[in-house]
Design a protein around this ligand. Structure first.
Ligand SMILES: Nc1nc2c(ncn2[C@@H]2O[C@H](COP(=O)(O)OP(=O)(O)OP(=O)(O)O)[C@@H](O)[C@H]2O)c(=O)[nH]1
Ligand SMILES: [Mg+2]
Length: 239
């Protein structure tokens, strides 16, 4: 199964790939990792394939005399043309993706790459301490990724180790029972929008399928594995 780890800058994609791959190996699975971020300096793990062996953000900046944003767009165009390795020997292949999510999503690179794999899914990672007051906005962004990529996408809330137990429980309750947000009449346009959006989100991101994890400590990694297993069963045995 090819798992694309996506999410806004700094949400924990790289640390997740590092620690979740170690977790899967420990569980007895055969795992491969692929780095698709040409701009990263230090991954903290040894990928089985690294796009930086072909080009880096820095090499493109020098070669084309571009700034970092222009170089990232060029890198994404190149990425879409590459034949990525298809590791048939692995149970799980984890793809680390660029911090700049927009070119990956909105330049069609992501969709082109992911569509080359039949058994793909996405984990859309959010930095929970940063987004906890704007969870609906985060889920909308995850939904945009789902819509654009046309691939099963799971929203994941990361960095729970940085919040108090009480706060994590409160958010968990909110995520599991989003209808609690829908009680009463909306008192502003934003609340009205929240209600409509939550209704739509519920069908694409079933609450029980949203893991709250720590990529740092590995807490609740088992929940991600359970969701992946569920996806695999629904789609048939993909290996
Ligand atoms: N405490 C804590 N820190 C985390 C967690 N996940 C990631 N971090 C930290 O958050 C920062 C960003 O993590 P990365 O893994 O580099 O995030 P990323 O999404 O790959 O970042 P970009 O590729 O630049 O977008 C690093 O300092 C990580 O150590 C977590 O679960 N808990
Ligand atoms: Mg990264």
């Amino acid at each position: 199964m090819n798992i694309f780890v996506l999410g806004p800058a700094g949400s924990g994609k790289t640390l997740f790939v590092r620690n979740f791959s170690a977790y899967l190996i420990n569980e007895g699975y055969k795992v491969r990792t692929i780095n698709l971020d040409p701009g990263v300096l230090d991954l903290g793990y040894e990928p089985d394939f690294d796009v930086r062996s072909l080009f880096t953000l820095e090499s493109i900046m020098r070669e084309k005399n571009l700034g970092p944003n222009g170089a990232m767009l060029e890198a994404m165009s190149r990425l879409a043309e590459i034949d990525l390795p298809d590791f048939k020997d692995a149970d799980y292949i984890l793809f680390d993706t660029p911090g700049q999510l927009e070119p990956f999503l909105f330049r069609d690179t992501g969709r082109i790459i992911i569509s080359k794999f039949e058994d793909a899914c996405c984990l859309f990672i959010g930095d929970l301490p940063a987004i906890r007051r704007n969870l609906v906005g985060f889920f909308l962004y995850a939904l945009a990724a789902y819509y654009i990529l046309g691939t099963e996408t799971i929203a994941v809330l990361n960095k729970i180790d940085l919040l108090s137990r009480e706060e994590v429980s409160r958010i968990e309750e909110l995520v599991r029972k989003p209808e609690s947000l829908l009680e009463g009449r909306p008192s502003s346009v934003k609340e009205e929008m929240d209600m409509e959006i939550l209704r739509a989100l519920k069908s694409f991101f079933p609450p029980k399928r949203i893991p709250l994890i720590s990529a740092k400590t590995g807490e609740n990694f088992s929940e991600i594995l359970a969701v992946l297993y569920e996806i695999k069963c629904v789609c048939g045995d993909l290996t």
